[in-house]
Design a protein around this ligand. Structure first.
Ligand code: ASP
Ligand code: MG
Length: 443
């Protein structure tokens, strides 16, 4: 079997759902199980409607009902389909009334709220597939074996899901059924709806693929795969044909927004290949992610940047050789729940980079107790994912590019992952750095 996951933009309207039907049809022989996101920006709209209900007491599901009913019409679906989704819209309205009265929106309520997006999309798309002669069966994730812990808004699946998912899906696939499953959501042991976190339906797909020992997990997006750089910065960026799980995870972490760093995890464990494809351009080969890829002549695979980074230089006030300095510094970050991206150390100093969204106020006093601290805002991390066995060549070329373009490199680190070389530049020079590095390594 294979898993095919279609994201929000791939099922954003009737036209897109038609396109998806054609894509699925070409793969029917491979026994696909489908995973769908909510249509378009429905998840955001659901959260907005709850915010409005809470702030103003006004309950409106117009935007959400409007999109879904319009899509039913575009797809010329029978009135029974609307009858099937009306109770969901009614339930959503009641929930929003509750939010408007209670004026509170816990993570648990939020998960229940956003679940309507995926539940609506699988019912509409499933009905259309059926109307087009595909043997579809719309399923809520909990009916497909997804049981999670009660960590609302970022739930993890319970171990038993791994047996339940194939036990439910395999017989269906063997009968020739096309399961169309909600991504993103699950239920906990008490029957409460949970979500796997924003963007979580990629993970739903890779979980099913791993649990069912799929031949492949296809993740359909609106770009031609993982690109050599962000196309908004480098219009000439090209899709990368193949990357390892490790490379894909590093790329995701350091700014390529195609896949969430966690999304590949389940498939990495079982060695299931993940194929990133473009539903707007199905002919494009896409990017294949697997454990070993053929060596290419290119030393560099892709260049990413992560904007709005803060750099902190921490210099020990004690003498050289003081033991436990690193431990003390990192204990402060850990205590404040701050995740550090890049680190460079000497015996008496540490430089770390972190996302500028962290509030440093509670953390700095603790750091200044043990060290001299300098905070530098307005930085960016530029990351080169490439063959680290050629790191001398890559770094030498990268530095000369920076030098020629008057881009000051303020910190360098080569990740232990062996695939990433990162450096810090001023944020206003980040795009310039990516453009010039891309020209150096790819043009
Ligand atoms: N619909 C959810 C979101 O927008 C899950 C997903 O699309 O992966 O975050
Ligand atoms: Mg979405």
């Amino acid at each position: 079997m294979i898993v095919m996951k279609f994201g929000g933009s791939s099922v954003a309207n009737g036209e897109r759902i038609r396109q998806v039907t054609e894509i699925v049809r070409t793969e029917l022989k491979r026994k696909p199980a489908l995973v769908l996101s909510a249509m378009g920006d429905t998840t955001d709209h659901l959260l907005e409607s709850a915010e409005i209900a809470m702030q103003t007491g006004e309950v409106s599901i117009e935007k959400i009902a409007g999109l879904h009913i319009k899509t039913l019409r575009e797809l010329a679906l029978s009135p029974e389909v609307q009858t099937a989704i009306d109770p969901l819209l009614e339930e959503l309205r009641n929930l929003l009334v509750g939010v408007s009265l209670m004026k509170e929106l816990s993570n648990r309520t939020k998960d229940y709220l956003v679940s309507f997006g995926e539940r609506l999309s699988v019912r509409i798309a499933g009905a259309y597939f059926t109307a087009q002669g595909l043997p579809a069966k719309a399923m809520d994730a909990w009916d497909a074996g997804f049981i999670s812990d009660s960590n609302f808004s970022s739930a993890e699946l319970l171990k038993e899901s791994w047996d339940r998912i194939p036990r439910i899906l395999n017989p269906l696939l063997d009968e020739g059924v096309l399961p169309v499953i909600t991504g993103f959501i699950a239920k906990d042991g008490n029957g409460k709806i949970t979500t796997l976190g924003r963007g979580g339906s990629d993970r739903s797909a890779t979980i099913i693929a791993a649990a069912c020992k799929a031949e492949e997990a296809q993740v359909w997006k609106d770009v031609d795969g993982i690109l050599t750089a962000d196309p908004r910065i480098v219009p000439a960026a090209k899709p990368v044909e193949a990357v390892t799980y490790e490379e894909a995870a590093e790329l995701a972490y350091f700014g390529a927004q195609v896949l969430h760093p966690w999304a590949m995890r389940p498939c990495m464990k079982t060695n299931t290949p993940v194929l990133v494809k473009n539903s707007y351009n199905p002919k494009a080969p896409g990017t294949r992610i697997f454990s070993a890829r053929p060596e290419t002549s290119q030393p560099v695979l892709a260049i990413t940047s992560r904007r709005n980074v803060t750099l902190i230089d921490i210099v020990s006030t004690r003498m050289v050789g003081q033991s436990g300095f690193l431990e003390k510094v990192f204990a402060v970050f850990a205590k404040h729940g701050v995740s550090v991206d890049m680190v460079a150390t000497s015996e008496v100093s540490i430089s770390v980079s972190l996302d500028s969204s962290y509030d440093l106020a509670p953390l700095l006093p603790a750091l200044t107790e043990i060290a001299l601290v300098e905070v530098k805002t307005g930085r960016a991390i530029v990351t080169i994912i490439g063959n680290v066995r050629r790191s001398s060549e890559i770094l030498q070329r990268a530095f000369s590019v920076c030098q020629q373009n008057n881009i000051a490199v303020q910190m360098v680190s080569q990740g232990a992952s062996k695939v990433n070389m990162s450096f810090i530049v001023s944020d206003f020079q980040a795009a310039e750095a990516v453009k010039n590095l891309h020209r150096e390594f790819f043009i």
